[in-house]
Design a protein around this ligand. Structure first.
Ligand SMILES: [Zn+2]
Length: 419
């Protein structure tokens, strides 16, 4: 059975070879009112808005592509085929991919590339929440702080931007972000929409309009957030990539994998002691069968220095770019060249050889876990090697991650030299 993507393209008036892509899937398991139509109708409303602008003679600076993907539920088929078919052109021209998929009443959820974190925070600060006097950004920040752990609360209060989450898989951003290295965002409201109808016959118009998003107020809010984001990206003098938030986030991932190794080392030691002393066996119910686990090999000390050193470079490069780009202006052809360098920074986070045992997944910072389905693993090569206790591979992956971060920092330096 053939599947059909629907692609609409509006050519940019000045930088036609820079593409802003906006997508949502159009296929559903059953009725699909929430998944995918609640996101799709918001996207179509954005497209309708652009068509009204176009009738007045307006054209975006960059090319805008709207895509309604087919075959998402069977495995991201439509978006993957399209991304693979146009891979060479996309690698050259695609600046950002914005995805939506399902939407409901509640708080703003944003996942994606942390080089776009500052940008999407700015967008959220300008959109009114349908139920309160607050902006969607203010209400979401309040929710994150209130529901956060004590540590998270402290971090959130000290930070000027909402943290965006890292993307694993489960929707059409995957071929763009993880296969081609195109900076991506995944955006949707939720948390007060009940849920429970996902992928079932109950995901009906009746259920959605009563419980998902009564009055479709959050459908309008989603169209505003994504419409603003798309238009700002399409028309910005300079593409709004920013690297200090990315540097801060990658540092956190590196600290996590270091801590993970330390925790595993201590836990392994304690468990081995409990096995050796017979303690573990002694607490089991003697009437039940219990097989005593074998002692595990000690967790070695890994050398994370290459990553830490690369992070120092990254931090310097990010700060330097922020400084020069804030005080100096450039124009014309140089601006166009700078844009290309900026959006290709995400490509520098990929590696053609891909991740171990799955070469299609090329992104070295974000990937769905090998064993976790949609669930994300950040610094996936390093993290999964540690989790699998493959210390040789962990060492190799640390070097690869460090090299990736160094290459990325070098691209930022290239951008900074344009000023
Ligand atoms: Zn979906």
């Amino acid at each position: 059975k053939p599947i059909y993507n629907v692609i609409a393209k509006m050519k940019g008036a000045e930088r036609a070879d820079q593409w802003i892509i906006r997508g949502n899937h159009r296929d559903a398991w059953v009725n699909g009112a929430d998944d995918p139509l609640s996101g799709l109708v918001a996207m179509m409303e954005e497209a309708r808005g652009l068509s009204i602008l176009a009738k007045t003679g307006w054209r975006p600076k960059r090319t805008i592509i709207y895509a309604a993907w087919d075959g998402e539920e069977q495995g991201l088929l439509g978006s993957t085929e399209w991304a693979e078919h146009h891979a060479a052109e996309l690698k050259e021209k695609a600046a950002v991919y914005i995805n939506t998929d399902s939407n409901g009443r509640g708080f703003l959820g944003i996942g994606g590339s942390h080089t776009l974190e500052k940008f999407i925070n700015e967008v959220g600060r300008n959109i009114q929440d349908p139920q309160t006097e607050l902006t969607v950004w203010e209400r979401t920040r309040a929710q994150q702080i209130v529901s956060g752990s004590p540590t998270e609360r402290k971090e959130l209060l000290a930070r000027s931007d909402l943290p965006i989450y890292a993307l694993g898989s489960g929707s059409d951003y995957t071929p763009f972000l993880q296969h081609l290295g195109i900076a991506s965002l995944n955006i949707g409201f939720g948390g007060e929409d009940g849920g429970g109808s996902y992928h079932s016959i109950y995901d009906s118009f009746d259920h959605y309009s009563r419980f998902g998003d009564p009055g479709f107020a959050y459908g309008v809010a989603l169209a505003k957030v994504c419409g603003h984001a798309t238009l700002r990206l399409a028309n910005a003098d300079r593409l709004p990539f920013e690297f200090t938030n990315f540097a801060e986030t990658i540092k956190r991932y590196a600290d996590e994998v270091t801590k993970l190794t330390d925790t595993m080392r201590e836990d392994t030691q304690t468990m081995n002691q409990m096995v050796a002393s017979g303690m573990l066996k002694n607490v089991q119910d003697p009437t039940e069968t219990f097989v005593v686990p074998k002692a595990k090999a000690h967790v070695p000390y890994l050398n994370f220095a290459p990553i830490q050193n690369a992070l120092v470079l990254l931090n310097e490069s990010a700060k330097n770019f922020q400084k020069v780009s804030n005080v100096k202006q450039i124009s014309g052809q140089a601006q166009k060249t700078l844009d290309v360098i900026l959006y290709k920074t995400e490509r520098a986070l990929t590696r053609n050889a891909g991740l171990p045992r799955r070469d299609w997944f090329r992104h070295q910072i974000y990937a769905p876990g090998f064993y976790t389905g949609y669930g994300v693993k950040t610094l996936p090569g390093v993290r999964e090697a540690i989790e699998q206790r493959d210390w040789k591979e962990a060492g190799e992956q640390i070097d690869i991650a460090a090299k990736t971060i160094e290459n990325f920092a070098a691209e930022i330096d290239k951008a900074a030299r344009m000023f």
